[in-house]
Write a protein that binds this ligand. Structure first.
Ligand code: GLC
Ligand code: CA
Length: 533
């Protein structure tokens, strides 16, 4: 087997920078704060850190509305702080991945200020401007994520501009070659500084239908769902021409050594895997969110793993994600006991795992009092549980005030159990979920079978999902995960003489030798090394 690259072998850790570590008591995490915590990440054993946007921004969408792609927002520090962080990340042998947000800018970006200033402005076509419909209304029926129409009228110039998200986030026109060139220059700006790659925001939305056809209604929509779901995003997303754009981005990265292109793409498998590109010339890793979107049930999970493995094109490297800053916390979705099983699944499947900060502590969604809501989605569509603040709360580090996150007033509340559920106390407990994460990451690093071996599904029975990982030079590993609440008996494969437990999610079975079969306790996962007959 060919030697795996760092982004294939490694584990990626996502930091939401506002919530990781505050260094100046303003209640908001920053780059200097992340720098102070690098030893924690090194000790956890992850290989790469992806940080959500830190560029200058009015923060209408907390950094996903960018006013300058080539600088750092003063809330997070200065360019010098960034360079220092990057140097210290690299000094520890880690990689740094930036968030690239090409679909839209902030309405405060100088490009948009120019574009909206007049119809004749040379940058008019850098954004998506359309005449009103004959009745004066929006040009078509497209909706915005976070509520309302996707079109906002500009009285001064008499046209509408399109925004897939907030009206403060106008979409760039990626059909315009000058836009493409300017954005590739942005990539080079950061690549030249030494960043190791990008996670690209809403990659599948970049190109819109050339004819701006209406989106069809979604018959499955229900009133408790977000308003955008009323329509199927047929003409506003995943247009065929987007693939040429992704290939161009990739070509920019390929002029540098060893960089990674990750795409945020929420699409069914068949369309998702198209983003590897024909001839593997698009994203290295189109994010695979199947574990977020699938019910936590053994048969269903086994099936999506099989479907995903089958859908991957030749040469396409898999990846898996349990959570991110837009989703409910895994520990809340499936419960704390199963969060340990999920950790084992994430770190034993074939493909690059991405961890979301705090999931290694079993952090849950934190209830946000009405007067502390920050997320614009919650403000625009309240009460539907769409808000993302609950999964963006500060990292609890220790039992001191504000869990060591800030000496000021935290921008979002801490988890109510922060005096016990924090890094310091979980690190001191050899049976904690944090200790489990450390063991899993270390095992994955040590065993080529886990980071580079094949995936072989086994028979999934009842609530127990079992699979093997195989490597031509190393012992086969058997993984058995009990997604249910009752004790289950699992048989060893016929050709196995015996097997030795390498790790249980309960961290209490190291070295146990089993023959013929073994028990898996409720919400337990086990990794065994098989001795062949
Ligand atoms: C992506 C980001 C999300 C953001 C949106 C608009 O989905 O992950 O946080 O609000 O894009 O940029
Ligand atoms: Ca700060």
């Amino acid at each position: 087997m060919a030697e795996a690259l760092w982004w294939q072998r490694g584990v990626i850790y996502q930091i939401y920078p506002r919530s990781f570590q505050d260094s100046n008591a303003d209640g908001i995490g920053d780059l200097a704060g992340i720098r102070q915590r690098l030893d924690y990440l090194w000790g956890l054993g992850v290989d790469a850190v992806w940080i959500s946007p830190v560029y200058p921004s009015p923060m209408a969408d907390f950094g996903y509305d960018i006013a300058d792609y080539c600088d750092i927002d003063p809330i997070f520090g200065r360019l010098g702080d960034f360079d220092r962080l990057l140097a210290e990340v690299h000094a520890r042998g880690l990689k740094l991945i930036l968030d690239f947000v090409p679909n839209h800018t902030s309405e405060q970006h100088p490009w948009f200020l120019e574009s909206r200033s007049s119809r004749q402005n040379p940058k008019r076509d850098w954004y998506i401007w359309r005449d009103p419909a004959p009745d004066g209304g929006p040009p078509n029926n497209w909706l915005a994520n976070f509520g309302g129409s996707g079109w906002t009228f500009d009285g001064a110039t008499g046209q509408y501009y399109y925004h897939a998200f907030l009206q403060q986030q106008p979409d760039l026109n990626w059909r315009n070659p000058e836009v493409r060139k300017a954005m590739y220059d942005v990539l080079r700006f950061w690549l030249d500084r030494g960043v190791d790659g990008f996670r690209v925001d809403v990659l599948w939305l970049l190109i819109k239908d050339e004819q701006f056809r209406d989106n069809p209604p979604n018959p499955a929509w229900q009133p408790h769902q977000a308003a955008i779901e009323r329509l199927v995003q047929r003409y506003s997303a995943d247009r065929p021409e987007v693939h040429a754009v992704v290939a161009e981005m990739r070509a920019v990265l390929d002029t540098y050594a060893d960089r990674v292109l990750i795409g945020e793409i929420y699409l069914p498998l068949k369309w998702l895997v198209a983003y590897y590109g024909k001839g593997m010339n698009e994203a290295h890793l189109p994010f695979n969110f199947q574990l977020i979107l699938t019910a936590w049930e053994a048969q269903a999970i086994a099936r999506i793993v099989a479907d995903y493995e089958a859908a991957l094109p030749p040469g396409g490297w898999p990846n898996w994600v349990l959570g991110n800053h837009d989703q409910k916390r895994i520990a809340s979705r499936i419960g704390r006991p199963q969060a340990r099983v999920a950790a084992m699944l994430l770190l034993t499947l074939r493909g690059t795992p991405t961890l979301y900060y705090g999931d290694e502590l079993g952090l849950e969604n934190v209830a946000i009092p009405a007067d502390r809501v920050q997320d614009p989605w919650e403000k625009n569509e309240p009460g539907l549980g769409l808000g993302r603040d609950p999964a963006r709360t500060p990292m609890p580090w220790d039992a001191s005030q504000n869990a060591g996150f800030t000496a000021g007033f935290p921008w979002l509340p801490l988890n109510p159990d922060h005096t016990t559920r924090n890094v310091a106390s979980l690190a001191a407990d050899p049976h904690s979920i944090l200790s489990l994460y450390r063991r899993l990451i270390a095992l994955r690093r040590d065993r080529a079978t886990l980071h580079s071996g094949n995936y072989v599904a086994s028979h999934t029975e009842g609530d127990v999902m079992t699979f093997e990982r195989r490597h031509d030079q190393e012992p086969t590993l058997l993984v058995a995960l009990n997604l249910g609440g009752s004790l289950q008996r699992v048989a060893l494969p016929d050709d196995a003489k015996e097997a030795r437990v390498l790790l249980s999610t309960e961290l209490d079975r190291d070295g146990e030798v089993v023959r013929a079969g073994f028990d898996v306790r409720p919400a337990e996962g086990i990794i065994l090394e098989i001795s062949q007959t």
